[in-house]
Design a protein around this ligand. Sequence first.
Ligand SMILES: Nc1ncnc2c1ncn2[C@@H]1O[C@H](COP(=O)(O)OP(=O)(O)O)[C@@H](O)[C@H]1O
Ligand SMILES: [Mg+2]
Length: 281
Amino acid sequence: MSIKFKQVSYIYAPDSPLEKKGLDNVNFELQNGTFTAIIGHTGSGKSTLMQHFNALLKPSSGQIEIAGTTITPETSNKNLKQLRRHVSLVFQFPEAQLFESTVLDDIAYGPKNFGYSEKEAKQVAQVWLKKVGLPDDIADKSPFDLSGGQMRRVAIAGVLAYEPEILCLDEPAAGLDPQARKQMMNLFVDYQKAGHTVILVTHNMDDVANYADDVLVMEHGQMIKHDKPQVIFDDRSWLKQHYLDEPQASLFASKLAGFKFAKQPLTAKDLVRGIKENIKG
Ligand SMILES: Nc1ncnc2c1ncn2[C@@H]1O[C@H](COP(=O)(O)OP(=O)(O)O)[C@@H](O)[C@H]1O
Ligand SMILES: [Mg+2]
């Protein structure tokens, strides 16, 4: 099974003076079980695209096939619970949506909503509390007494706890310090390795280089490229033309006058290997 977008367009406030194209004829196919990064400037349509994965927004035209469901402009809101059980969307700053009186209840909310018994929900909540790196003794605290980074982990644990097949994350690490961001990215990579599909909006090209199998590049509501990170980042003049950043390793390599790299280094590991080859050669 795969995820397919076929000629998907989305128009905000149609037939009004504020009409605005959010997505413009987007076509792609993603394989289940892969890690996809979505990149592009602010306003390019990344969040609009993300909201189509679980039909929070429905296309104005075109269709989407995902997790056994076909979403069209006519899809009724009534039949979406099953889809949302399988495809979960984590917004930017998900901690803003915490509301239960204890951390454990907040994490258990999603599982309960999708049919787990009270007891099962609390059990999985306990497991995921640990997996996201929160200390056990936090379980009975109010989520509002935690730090911002901890609150974010509680919110994400609440989604992972019912194990959606497809996890969509809109800039989940925005505003976190580098250590916390790395921990969070590792969590998502582990989730993918456990057999799930991960789709991530990010501005961090190092995360793209390190973790993504596939990259979708958005610009003005259009998907202007879909390829492997190596192919995207090899084409430095194309990146420049579209004002897109490069991974740190790639930038560093480009400043090493006289060094030649068989392929553009994308990660620290690639860079070290490339430098060694230059020194030996
Ligand atoms: N609720 C909305 N109403 C009208 N226009 C919107 C709305 N949300 C987003 N847009 C517009 O749609 C375009 C894509 O926005 P968005 O998907 O949020 O981009 P990104 O997530 O890449 O920053 C932008 O031009 C934005 O101004
Ligand atoms: Mg956005």
